[in-house]
Design a protein around this ligand. Structure first.
Ligand code: HEC
Ligand code: HEC
Ligand code: HEC
Ligand code: HEC
Ligand code: HEC
Length: 217
């Protein structure tokens, strides 16, 4: 959808649907589906990384505190660990034990999923850049997606003390990320009303917008 069509749709919506929508405020546009859980090109597990290993969300999503977008980490961030971690520890230990029993040197254990990080960066077997290969990156599929005519800013929320989980659910338990909230207008507005009336973590100075122009360009 172009910006212009979005605008036209938006105004038509305001005229015909504005009042009714304001009353019910739970209308949901197609494509913003609660529970949406696309398969990803790499089987990256938040349960393992953010849950079991307790890596901080913002180690990978460092934009959340400073900008509109939380951002998806570049593969270089994965390489901070996966330059040395080429397979799950259990698999490496199993091969070590087997090699010992068979009185031979252990073979390199390579996880095919971690291999995809190396392929995305165009690395050779020695994990150095191989110029004869492409570096196509990894095309992650977007999970949460607001329509273009809605303004959203991560930093405003994170700095006001809203936890990631309020909107994204218990991501640290998810093997694969799914959309947790319906991301409807009601979802946004109901919380804005709530924090304005009741405060958040004892902070009663909050003034989250419930004006149309606060969220719509
Ligand atoms: C706190 C944020 C927020 C505020 C304030 C807000 N909106 Fe929205 N609005 C949204 C979101 C998010 C969507 C997209 C919902 C979706 O994708 O399902 C939306 C969608 C819409 C749509 C299109 C929805 C449809 O399904 O037809 C219209 C029209 C609209 N808003 C009008 C208004 C009007 C008029 C006001 C002021 C009375 C207003 N909005 C205030 C967040 C907000
Ligand atoms: C080691 C890096 C890493 C850590 C730590 C991490 N994430 Fe992620 N996150 C990713 C990657 C890579 C993706 C894209 C692939 C996917 O969706 O699984 C992603 C995707 C997401 C998405 C979906 C984005 C979209 O397309 O809508 C959300 C939401 C999210 N992470 C939230 C969190 C939260 C909350 C935490 C902390 C509890 C966290 N992440 C910790 C790497 C990480
Ligand atoms: C107030 C609700 C809310 C909070 C709090 C929140 N998010 Fe989001 N997040 C969203 C929405 C809405 C989107 C979709 C934005 C869009 O489509 O423009 C999103 C998108 C994302 C994405 C996809 C990439 C991007 O930046 O659009 C990631 C990753 C993500 N969030 C991670 C996090 C992490 C990590 C935290 C906590 C540090 C967090 N979010 C806190 C609502 C929230
Ligand atoms: C802070 C260190 C760290 C970072 C950063 C990190 N990982 Fe991992 N990851 C690990 C460790 C350690 C394991 C192995 C855990 C085990 O022994 O089971 C692992 C396991 C995995 C696995 C499972 C492999 C298999 O065969 O089961 C995948 C896939 C993976 N990581 C992808 C990624 C991606 C993609 C990124 C970047 C978005 C990333 N990791 C960032 C430490 C990290
Ligand atoms: C869990 C509660 C919560 C949810 C859900 C939530 N917000 Fe907010 N929002 C806040 C708080 C708290 C602030 C910060 C208010 C302040 O700094 O005084 C805020 C601020 C904002 C601002 C900054 C401008 C302003 O002062 O109002 C925008 C824009 C915004 N939210 C849009 C959205 C949109 C769009 C959604 C839904 C996709 C959403 N919010 C969902 C709590 C929430």
């Amino acid at each position: 959808m172009t910006n212009q069509t979005a605008w036209i749709l938006f105004f038509v919506g305001c005229i015909f649907g504005g009042a009714a929508l304001w009353a019910s405020a739970d209308v949901n546009l197609p494509g913003n589906d609660e529970g949406y859980e696309p398969t990803q090109p790499i089987k990256f597990s938040h349960r393992l990384h953010a849950g079991e290993m307790e890596i901080d969300c913002q180690y990978c999503h460092s934009g959340a505190e400073r900008s509109r977008h939380a951002g998806i980490p570049a593969l270089g961030v994965c390489m901070n660990c996966h330059r040395s971690v080429r397979a799950p520890l259990g698999d490496v230990r199993a091969e070590d034990a087997l090699a010992k029993a068979e009185e031979r040197a252990p073979k390199l254990v390579q996880s095919p999923e971690i291999q995809k990080i190396y392929d995305g960066l165009g690395l050779g077997a020695d994990l150095k850049r191989d110029k004869s290969k492409d570096a196509p990156g990894v095309a992650w599929t977007k999970v949460n997606d607001l329509p273009d005519f809605v303004f959203f800013d991560h930093s405003r929320h994170v700095n006001a003390g809203v936890d990631c989980q309020k909107c994204h659910g218990p991501v640290q338990t998810m093997e694969r990320v799914r959309q947790f909230s319906d991301l409807s207008m009601g979802f946004c507005v109901n919380c804005h009303r709530d924090v304005n009336e009741n405060g958040l973590h004892g902070d009663h100075s909050l003034n989250a917008s419930i004006d149309c122009a606060g969220c719509h360009y």
